[in-house]
Ligand binder design. Structure first.
Ligand SMILES: C[S@@+](CC[C@H](N)C(=O)[O-])C[C@H]1O[C@@H](n2cnc3c(N)ncnc32)[C@H](O)[C@@H]1O
Length: 286
């Protein structure tokens, strides 16, 4: 069975994750913590980039290592690995991967990530610490689930936010936003006020005052940069630290924002995350 999705941006994302996991286990290996790697949308260990998404030519059309194998190959390693996926086929493959690593404590589950993540968060003990990857295809992850993560104070979150989908569901002129999109946006963004936030009064040329009949839409959606700032600001209301996101693109078009968000309120934890984030921006910034 083959898992076909993603492209050049997927590789950028996994390189960032790989660097962060290596940094994390090194930084915490001599602390009295039980370290968990948690993959809420785990996939099946490998994937093949889609051929029909206008891929940049440098990407080989072969199976690439996915987040699960990236995490398993980090040394000295985590004490526990939690791989969750809704797909039965993917879970079967995850169970097979588990057999390949008999020395590692791997837990495989098949749940909706919006149920799995709160369960994991509630079960965390005092000495548990975790890196959690939220890597959906697009809008499957609800904002409300982020609140469970933020509440723990023990999780470093890497969140893939589907900015291209938000842009598609919010046409520039704000008209004809389908009802089902509005519902999805509310779940994804965690507020019913997204429309007021994302649409601003258009600057209109003076002559239109003289020809009111020629006026089109009076509002327009904010641009990518303002949308990014708004999502980051909203995350910052929930988390103690939120790094500037990595903008993952395909052929120049924005696809995803990849955010690091820290829940540990201690100054030292935020400082460490910020240092690593700055390093990643320098070396992996895309
Ligand atoms: C983008 S892929 C994950 C890729 C993986 N992290 C990797 O690097 O190989 C998204 C995965 O989420 C799974 N999925 C979709 N909806 C889900 C949900 N509501 N809860 C959990 N998993 C879901 C899909 O089966 C798919 O394997």
């Amino acid at each position: 069975m083959r898992h076909t999705f993603g492209g050049i941006w997927t590789r950028n994302k996994l390189e960032i994750l790989d660097d962060y996991l290596r940094f994390y286990v090194k930084a915490l290996q001599n602390q009295p913590f039980v370290l968990h790697y948690v993959d809420a949308f785990a996939g099946m260990g490998t994937h093949r980039p889609k051929e029909n998404e206008g891929q940049q030519a440098i990407l080989p059309m072969e199976d690439l290592v996915g987040s699960v194998r990236v995490a398993l190959d980090v040394e000295p390693g985590f004490h526990h690995y939690h791989f969750n996926d809704l797909s039965e086929d993917h879970v079967r493959e995850l169970e097979r991967i588990k057999q390949e690593y008999p020395g590692k404590k791997i837990h495989v589950t098949q749940e909706d990530a919006n149920i799995f993540v709160p369960h994991f968060c509630e079960a965390m003990s005092q000495n548990d610490r975790a890196v959690l990857l939220v890597d959906p295809y697009n809008t499957e992850f609800d904002w409300i689930t982020l609140k469970h993560i933020a509440y723990t104070g023990k999780i470093d979150l890497w969140l893939l936010f589907p900015i291209s989908v938000v842009l598609r569901m919010t046409p520039k002129d704000g008209v004809q936003i389908r009802d089902e999109w509005a519902t999805k946006l509310e779940r994804l963004l965690g507020t019913s006020e997204w429309k007021e936030e994302l649409y601003k009064q258009k600057e209109k040329p003076m002559y239109l005052d003289m020809f009111p009949s020629k006026q089109g839409a009076l509002e327009e959606r904010v641009n990518v940069s303002a949308l990014t700032d708004w999502v980051r600001a909203r995350l910052s209301q929930e988390f103690c630290y939120v790094g500037t996101p990595f903008l993952l693109r395909n052929n120049g078009k924005p696809l995803f924002l990849f955010f690091l968000a820290i829940t540990n309120p201690k100054h030292a934890a935020r400082e460490l995350a910020d240092k690593m984030h700055a390093h990643l921006q320098r070396t992996r910034g895309c």
